[in-house]
Design a protein. Sequence first.
Lengths: 366, 605
Amino acid sequence: MKAESLTYFRQIPAAARILVRSGERVEPDTVVAKIEALPGRMGKVDAASTLGIHPTDLPTRLIKKVGDHVKTGDTLAARAEFFDRRAVRSPVSGVVSAVSRTLGNVYIREIVDLGELTGPVTIEAAKQLGVVPGELRYAKAEDIREGSLVAKGQVLAAIDRNLPRHKTVRSPLYGRVKEIDLERGTITIVPAFPSPDVKAYIRGRVTAVMPDKGVEVQGRGIRLEGLWGLGGEAFGRLRVICGDLHPGMDLEPGSILAVRGTASHEALMAAAAAGVAGTIMGYMPSETVLSLVGEHANLGITGDEDVPFPIVVMEGFHPCPIREEVFSALAKFEGDTVSIRGVTHIRAGVIRPEVILHSTPGEGAS
Amino acid sequence: MLRGYVITDVGSTTTKALLIGPEGKEARLLGRAAAPTTVEKPFEDVTVGVVNALRELEELAGISLVTEICRPAGEATHRQYRYLSTSSAGGGLQILVYGLTKSVTADSARRAALGGGAIILDVMATDDGRQGFVKMDAVRNCRPDMVLIAGGLDGGNVSYVLEVCDILNAAKPSPRFGSDFRIPVIYAGNKDAAETVRDTLSDHYDLTVVDNLRPTLEREVLGPARKAIHELFMSHVMQQAPGYGVLSSWVDEDILPTPAAVGRIMELVAERRGANILGIDIGGATTDVFSVIDGTFFRSVSANLGMSYSAGNVLVEAGLQDIVRWLPFNMSPYRVADRILTKLIHPTSLPETQEDLQIEQALATEAIRLAFGQHKEVAVLLPSESSFTSTRFFAEARMENFRRPTGAIDISNIGLFIGSGGALSHAPRRNQAAFMLLNALQPEGRTFLAVDSVFMMPHLGVLSSLDPEAALNVLETDCLVPLGPVIAPGVVGPAGEPAVSVSVTLRGDRLTALVHSGDIRVIPLAQGERAKVEVETLGQTAFRGTRRLEFETTGGTVGIIVDARGRPIVLPDDPDERARLNAKWAAQIGAYDIANPPGKRGDRE
């Protein structure tokens, strides 16, 4: 197995600050960009009605145009005639996204500040509303279900909606509803982006910086392709285990394990508790797969599932250890930093999981 | 002088070419060839794959085709062969659908798009539970080839349609092909909103306004929207796809989306046979179900059900236990799951052992069952006219609460089931295909099973508009393999009791077979043979509305199949007992060679 040139484009999904310059050396865990904001809810202002004009006349009254950033209270459009002065103000901060010609609306897209929230947030909704937990079933907003995407500030649940004493619970972040627990009266939301940090993923050099798109990183290393995997990206010091992974083993936090055989559900949970960053394994019986991801996960498209760490399966689901050639390549890199990615797409334009064994600067691994 | 037709189907992975011409007095399949489709890099030109397939066809048929076919149709004034094509390459025609409410106009729009041969990217409606910003993200991310907007019965809601236009304008989805390409939008909604829609969308989109596809709750007019989909597919979408501009200049008729071509031939077959028909095409990633019920064509696409790329989804949707229940042996469900997931990660692998094959066929049975279930949701009849409600007085959203469509498919009223796709067409024994169809679809009463030998229905569909007789003749003689007629009473008595007596009269000889409840019995009647069949029910056994059947039928590769297991088929919970029962049925229908097959032999007269 020979080292090859590797090029990865580290895409930024939304407004982000790029932290590296072209030519700069990076390690897999170098943060190359930080996401600062995400596009949020779409707000609608009935501007033509407020101004008392025909919708088709709205463009002539606009003060802000499509693409302009606005703050709450900024004037979007105005009408100033002799005795009739009216203005339309933005109810939210954001970007003017569209102006309707037929309905006379101005659409504002909120910009969601990611803040410091990086992990799941459990909101005690029933407690905040002052109702018993089971009542959350009726108090939650109609479009709030497990799996729904919610914007920061979006109403999750409310009581006495049309009365002065109404109470509401709003989402503190842009994310996905993970669980609505009617026994505890809580709503758990996981951030749409688990971390605002975009990392280099491989060891190498920044070869291009595109402000609105991302960063290109080039390096050298051996790329091993797995057959199937779970979870996203991870990197850490490689620890090689010749047989199977067992629950009682002494494991180093932040390490990537290369297990020649397999690991049971209990062994994987014990590794997660020890702080292991990821696992490469020979095979993973379906029993372990289903116990880890549940019986309703899409096993043909993986990468986003809620697993303790990324997993790369090298040989499949039947008992079959990692092949000698591959395992010896892994063994040579024991103690070095390696990168893994569990994302698998079994469809046209297939994506297989991978392991990157990085060359050290100035040498070609072979 | 016209000597025949050359027809290609440009699929996602393979371009299949057929040569059809006269043999004696009839049109027959004279040759077929295939080559990899070249829509992706490095070629990015479908004509390369088409030329490769035609060259192979030339060699097989010993005639020159490429020089005649591969040039603009207008230049070749004296073509000996007419050239036609269908296409599903590059993921087929991908449409984004809007409607006002999920179960009324959005559902009608979905049916129009499916009937037009499209793959539906998303169906959006006011009551789909999604926030505006989620919808806008979805529109932005889906990169449609086309957008179909329905919504609002005539005289109904207008402002919703305009809001849809605003979302589209704000999202500005990028097309899949061609950055300068303006995405075609078909508006088939409330006629009162048409002018305003035109005013709102025509700056950014290529807008076509057609008749409202759901003018009233009781009326659905899908034809104009389907026609517009086909026209825009040809004039816009196909022109952007790599190489299609050239290919469309070679053809003598418009290129059709593959599923639309299948729909055409299915409609023709149903019309000629005077029967309802149902076709299942089970592929690696998707399963298409087509039906023609009382002259109306329905189509559904189960994009998540298939035998390789989507094997994992079938496992998830059906559940492990529902797959294991069809196996003729007892195996740990997890070991079965290991094999299914292995198929998922090696999608092009073929079963190596009989056990692997049986697991794959159990998986196919469940995929077909699930896809048929989804098809029944699409194939619906609209609510009938009622004297006391009128669309003028009730808004669409309020009406849907109390007037629901009803299912169009009555399983005891389908005259022909056609199975297609690798799992059915290439099963090592035709009897296995029959067994899978019986278990998955559970036909009732009297019907007929067939499989498509090499999936040439798209080719014959595009040919049927030009030469329907030739298309039908090739379909009957070279494409469809008859498996045989099925006799399946819905109600049977306790297992082991006499259920039906079947008498078959062939060339003056009469053969009578007694079939017991809980058994399958095959009575030989070869393909091409014609016999008179009389069926007498015994004991508690009954068909819907009758106890006796008498009909003439042709045979098939399996024979006359008498399925006296009753409906629905009940399987024991005990895994050993269930495996023994499945093994008995598999042996009775001749699906596998199982040592010492249990079961009774019938009596001969």
